[in-house]
Design a protein around this ligand. Structure first.
Ligand SMILES: Cc1cc2nc3c(=O)[nH]c(=O)nc-3n(C[C@H](O)[C@H](O)[C@H](O)COP(=O)(O)O)c2cc1C
Length: 150
């Protein structure tokens, strides 16, 4: 059994919609042998990261960067997982309308340092997520989860 870890900071109903769409895609019945584990970014531990085989990260754009919560997750986990998680697939969804490029750049830099592999296009939404945004979140979850199937 493989494990997909969803590390998310979900401070609002709109972001909850995106989170749930990602989970729904990741748990599609056609994807077999992949367990979904979800962890709020402020609670995720290096063990959670090490025990997973792939990752979906979810964050608002705050102050033109990823949320402090997601930054905290990597502040805590980066060195303990460095070199042990190289090559693992990941995906990202962001919510915000200004400065999402800064958040993307941050995730590119962090995941680049870890040697993770981008398994799907990033999903970026603002305001109330449209159906197309939620469909993209569903696809994101399904794509990263399916990439773990043996
Ligand atoms: C401290 C702080 C900084 C923020 N900075 C930004 C920002 O730079 N760009 C942006 O689009 N939204 C910013 N926001 C708004 C969040 O991104 C927004 O709350 C989140 O995307 C959820 O959106 P919603 O509350 O409309 O559902 C910020 C929120 C907080 C609390």
């Amino acid at each position: 059994m493989k494990t997909l870890l969803v590390v998310h900071h979900t401070p609002s109903p709109f972001m909850q919609e995106m989170f749930e769409a990602v989970l729904s895609g990741a748990s599609d019945p056609e994807i077999e042998g992949v367990e979904i584990v979800r962890r709020p970014a402020l609670t995720v531990s290096p063990s959670d990261m090490l025990e997973a085989d792939g990752y979906v990260l979810g964050s608002p754009a705050n102050l033109g960067y990823v949320s402090g919560a997601l930054k905290h997750a990597f502040d805590v986990c980066y060195y303990p997982i460095l070199d042990s998680t190289r090559g693992r697939p990941f995906g990202l969804y962001l919510h915000g309308n200004q400065g999402t490029e800064g958040a993307e750049r941050a995730v590119d830099a962090i995941t680049g340092g870890l040697g993770w592999t981008k398994a799907a296009e990033y999903v970026i939404a603002s305001g109330k997520p449209a159906k197309a945004d939620l469909d993209a979140c569903w696809e994101l979850g399904a794509t990263v989860a399916a990439s773990l199937m043996e």
